[in-house]
Design a protein around this ligand. Structure first.
Ligand code: C2E
Ligand code: CA
Ligand code: CA
Length: 636
C-alpha cells in the first residue's frame, strides 16, 4: 500500500517532466508567455500614467521586467527545448507574475486586490509545463495569500482566502486532468509510432527477403533486374559498366556425384569467392542454379574487364574443401558493356551469347561480346524468334541425298535432310537453324515433321528404298519425344527396315545410359541405327560395343583431306574398326572420282556425297534410282 502511494505520488509529481510531456505543453506555455508579455507591456504605460513617485517607479519597473522575461521565454521556447529549460522559463515567468501581484497588493493596500491571488493560482495551474511546478507555484500563492490575510489585511481578506483555496483545488484538478490527457495522447502516439517503426522494419525485411537468394544470401534474379534497370538509366552518358554472365562448368556432375548438399555448400563457397573478388567494384547476383550475373563498375576498357574476369576465373578454379572432399571447379563468363539501350534484355541476351561462346570454345574462359558477335547474334535471335513461331509440318521441306553401295553399285538408301521455308526469312539452310533448334529444344518438332514427311514419301513410292532420319540429343533424351516417334512409326505400318536413324556421339554424351535405352527401343522395333559424323567425337570402343549400332558414318572431314597419306591410313583403320565391331562403314562427302577410289581402297561399304547427288526432291531421287547406269559407268 505504502509502495502504491509512493509510486502514485511519484507519478503525480513527475508527470509532465519528461521531454515529450513538456514539449506537448509547450504550446500552452507559449500562449501564456505571449499573453503575459503583452499584458505587462500594456501595464507599463498604464502604471506610468496612473501612478507617481516611488509607486510609479516600482510598478513600471516590475511590469517592464515581467514583459521582458515572458517575451524572452517566448522567444527561447520557439523550438524544441529540454523539459528542465521549459520548466525554468515557466517558473521565471510565474515568479515575475507573483512579484507584480505582491508589489501591486502592497502599493495600494486595497483588500479587493487580493483577488489577484486566486486568479494567479488558476493561471499557474492552467499553464504549468509540469504538475510539480503547478503544485509548487500554487502552494507559494496560497501561503502568500494566507500571510497577507493574517498580517496586512486582518479582518478584510478572509473571503479571498476561501476563494483562493477553492480556486487552487479547481486549478490543480484541471491541471492533473490536462496533464493526464496529454500523457495518454503521448502514450498513444508513442505506441502508434512504435507500431509504424515495426511495420517499416517488417516491410524492409520482407522486401529484402523477396530480393535475396536464400542459399547464398546474394541478390536474386529479381533484384538483379531491378539493379540492371537502374544501372542502364544511370549509364546514359558514360559506358563504364559491364554485365558479366557466369556459369559454372560441369556443376550438374558435382550434384550427381556428391549429392545436392555438397552442391549447395559448393555454391555458397563459390558465391563467397565471387563476392570477395567483387568488393565494392561489382555486384554479384545469383540468377538461379549455377548461373550468376555480375555488374562491374568503373571499368573503361575491354582489356581491363577481361583481366578482371580472368582473375575471377582463377579464384573460382582454386580447389574447394567441402566436408572433407577436395573439389575443383571452373566457370565460363560472357561480358557485355552496359550502354544506352532502353531494353535491358539486350544486355542479358548479349552476355548470355558471349557466355555460350565461352562454353563452346572449351569452357573455363571469358569472352567479351563484340561487334562480330552482335552481327551473328542478331541473325541468331532472328532465327530463334522465327523458330518459335514456325509451323514445321507446313514449313519444313525434306530433301533426300542418295547413299550408294560400293558392292552393288546402286542407290540403296537416302538420307532425309531438312530445309526450312520460313515465311519471314525465306529458305534457311540446316547449318543455320539446326544448332539453334537443338539448343532451345525445338529440334524435336522438326524431327517429328521430317519423320512424318519421310513416312509420307515412303508410302507414296511403289518400290521404296530405306530412308535415314537424323535424331538429335534432345530427341534421344526425351522419353516423351521418343514415344511420339515410335507412335508415328508404328502407325505408319511401314516395314521398319525402311527407316534408319542417324545419331551422333555428342548427342548422346549428356546421358549415355538414357540415350542407349531409347536407341534400343528403336532397334528392337527393327530399325537400323547409324553413328553419324564418326571420328569427330570420342570413338570410345567400349561404349560403342554397348550401343545398338549397325553402321559408322565416317565424317566428311576425313574424305576432304584426300592427298594426305595419313588420311588414308586413318580411314583404313576406321573401316577396320567397323569391321571388328561387325557394322557397316559409310564414307560421307565423296565429291569426286579420286575420293571414290580412295573409299573403295580403304574398304568402305557405301558412300554418300555430291558425286552421286546433292540433297534433292523425291521425284528427282526416283529418277536417279531409275538411271542406275550412271553409277555402273562410274564404278567401272
Ligand atoms: P549431316 O547429318 O552430316 O548431313 C550431311 C550433310 O553433308 C548435308 O548437309 C549434306 O548436304 C552435306 N553433304 C553431303 N555430301 C556432301 C559432299 O559431297 N560435299 C559437301 N560439302 N557436303 C556434303 P545439310 O543438308 O546442309 O545438313 C547439314 C546438317 O544439318 C546435317 O549434317 C545434320 O547434322 C543437320 N540436319 C539436316 N537435316 C536434319 C534433320 O532433319 N534433323 C536433324 N536433327 N539434323 C538435321
Ligand atoms: Ca546425318
Ligand atoms: Ca554426317
Amino acid at each position: 500500500m505504502i509502495i502504491h502511494v509512493g509510486t502514485f505520488l511519484k507519478k503525480l509529481f513527475f508527470i509532465g517532466t519528461t521531454d515529450a510531456m513538456a514539449n506537448a505543453n509547450r504550446t500552452i506555455l507559449r500562449a501564456y508567455l505571449v499573453m503575459a508579455s503583452l499584458y505587462y507591456a500594456v501595464m507599463v504605460p498604464v502604471h506610468f500614467s496612473a501612478l507617481s513617485g516611488f509607486d510609479q517607479f516600482k510598478m513600471v519597473s516590475v511590469s517592464l521586467l515581467a514583459a521582458v522575461v515572458a517575451g524572452v521565454g517566448w522567444f527561447l521556447s520557439r523550438a524544441w527545448l529540454s523539459s528542465n529549460r521549459l520548466e525554468l522559463i515557466a517558473a521565471a515567468t510565474n515568479f515575475m507574475v507573483y512579484v507584480n501581484v505582491m508589489v501591486a497588493v502592497h502599493t495600494s493596500l486595497d483588500a479587493s486586490n487580493l483577488i489577484y491571488f486566486p486568479m494567479m493560482a488558476l493561471a499557474f495551474a492552467f499553464t504549468s509545463v509540469s504538475i510539480r511546478l503547478a503544485i509548487v507555484s500554487i502552494s507559494i500563492v496560497l501561503l502568500s495569500l494566507y500571510i497577507e490575510i493574517t498580517s496586512d489585511f486582518v479582518g478584510q481578506g478572509a473571503a479571498y482566502g476561501y476563494i483562493g483555496f477553492a480556486t487552487a483545488f479547481v486549478g490543480l484538478a484541471f491541471s492533473i486532468f490536462l496533464q493526464r490527457t496529454i500523457s495518454l495522447a503521448i502514450e498513444a502516439k508513442e505506441v502508434a509510432e512504435k507500431k509504424l517503426i515495426e511495420a517499416d522494419r517488417l516491410n524492409v525485411a520482407m522486401h529484402q527477403h523477396a530480393m535475396t537468394d536464400s542459399l547464398t544470401g546474394l541478390p536474386n534474379r529479381r533484384a538483379f533486374f531491378a539493379f540492371l534497370k537502374d544501372k542502364s538509366k544511370a549509364n546514359n552518358n558514360k559506358a563504364d559498366s559491364w554485365l558479366i554472365a557466369l556459369d559454372l562448368d560441369g556443376f550438374k556432375m558435382v550434384n550427381d556425384v556428391y549429392g545436392h548438399l555438397v552442391g549447395d555448400e559448393l555454391l555458397i563457397a563459390v558465391a563467397q569467392r565471387m563476392q570477395l573478388h567483387a568488393g565494392s567494384k561489382a555486384t554479384v547476383s545469383r540468377i538461379g542454379g549455377d548461373e550468376f550475373n555480375i555488374i562491374l563498375d568503373e571499368v573503361e576498357s575491354e582489356s581491363e574487364c577481361e583481366n578482371w574476369c580472368n582473375l575471377l576465373l582463377e579464384k573460382i578454379a582454386a580447389p574447394y574443401d567441402v566436408e572433407g572432399r577436395l573439389i575443383q571447379l571452373s566457370a565460363s563468363v560472357g561480358s557485355t558493356r552496359i550502354n544506352q539501350s532502353n531494353d535491358i534484355t539486350v544486355y542479358t541476351r548479349n552476355a548470355d551469347y558471349a557466355l555460350l561462346h565461352a562454353k563452346k570454345h572449351g569452357k573455363n574462359r571469358s569472352i567479351i561480346f563484340t561487334e562480330e558477335h552482335e552481327k551473328n547474334a542478331k541473325e541468331r535471335f532472328e532465327i530463334e524468334d522465327a523458330l518459335r513461331l514456325a509451323n514445321f509440318p507446313s514449313e519444313i521441306e525434306v530433301l533426300f541425298q542418295p547413299q550408294v553401295d560400293l558392292n552393288q553399285n546402286q542407290v540403296i538408301r537416302a538420307e532425309a535432310l531438312a530445309r526450312w521455308d520460313c515465311p519471314n526469312l525465306g529458305r534457311v539452310e540446316p547449318d543455320r537453324f539446326i544448332k539453334i533448334a537443338e539448343e532451345n529444344g525445338l529440334i524435336s518438332k522438326i524431327t517429328l515433321a521430317v519423320l512424318g514427311k519421310a513416312i509420307e514419301t515412303l508410302q507414296n513410292w511403289h518400290n521404296p528404298i530405306p530412308l535415314a532420319i537424323n535424331l538429335s540429343g534432345h530427341d534421344l533424351l526425351s522419353n516423351q519425344v521418343m514415344d511420339e516417334i515410335i507412335k508415328l512409326l508404328v502407325h505408319s505400318g511401314l516395314d521398319p527396315k525402311l527407316i534408319e536413324f542417324e545419331v551422333t556421339e555428342t548427342a548422346m554424351m549428356a546421358d549415355t545410359e538414357k540415350a542407349c535405352k531409347n536407341l534400343y527401343r528403336l532397334s528392337r522395333l527393327g530399325h537400323s541405327v547409324a553413328l553419324d559424323d564418326f571420328g569427330t567425337g570420342y570413338s570410345n570402343f567400349n561404349y560403342l560395343r554397348e550401343l545398338p549400332i549397325d553402321k559408322l558414318k565416317v565424317d566428311r572431314s576425313f574424305v576432304t583431306d584426300v592427298g594426305n597419306p595419313m588420311t588414308e591410313k586413318i580411314l583404313h583403320s576406321l573401316s577396320v574398326t567397323a569391321n571388328a565391331l561387325g557394322v557397316d562403314c559409310l564414307l560421307e562427302g565423296v565429291e569426286d572420282e579420286i575420293q571414290l577410289l580412295m573409299a573403295k581402297r580403304v574398304g568402305a561399304n557405301s558412300v554418300q556425297g555430291y558425286l552421286f547427288g546433292k540433297p534433292m526432291g523425291s521425284e528427282e531421287l526416283l529418277d536417279v534410282i531409275k538411271d542406275q547406269n550412271i553409277l555402273k559407268s562410274r564404278s567401272a
